[in-house]
Design a protein around this ligand. Structure first.
Ligand SMILES: [Zn+2]
Ligand SMILES: [Zn+2]
Length: 106
């Protein structure tokens, strides 16, 4: 998946009257949702709002499901597909190893 970007940046409202209800807006390249921030003089706050949207709507959603993770072999502890990751003591880990989660993404 390609990273969502903020596109079509614009400004709604009178540019010279920042105390009025003006909006800075942009659009997410991935889902075309409009992100807008009221009275944002700089684009910094808009970018921040967009990062939150992107994390929530796209990055989180792109995470592999537990089923996907279990379908690959763990490169860290060698757990076979279908088996849970193990601690060095041989007990199952609550969470799969990081590397396993990463390769499950593909
Ligand atoms: Zn989006
Ligand atoms: Zn593991």
């Amino acid at each position: 998946m390609k990273k969502p970007e903020l596109t079509d940046l614009g400004w709604l409202g009178p540019r010279d009257e920042m105390d009025r209800a003006s909006h800075r807006f942009g659009r997410c390249s991935e889902c075309y949702e409009i992100i807008c921030v009221e009275k944002a003089v700089t684009s910094e706050r808009l970018l921040e709002a967009f990062r939150k949207h992107s994390d929530l709507a796209h990055i989180e959603a792109a995470k592999p499901s537990p089923k996907q993770i279990l379908s690959v072999r763990c490169p860290t502890c060698g757990a076979k597909p279908g088996e849970k990751c193990e601690l060095s003591t041989g007990l199952p880990r609550t969470n799969p190893h990081r590397d396993r989660r990463l390769i499950a993404k593909d």
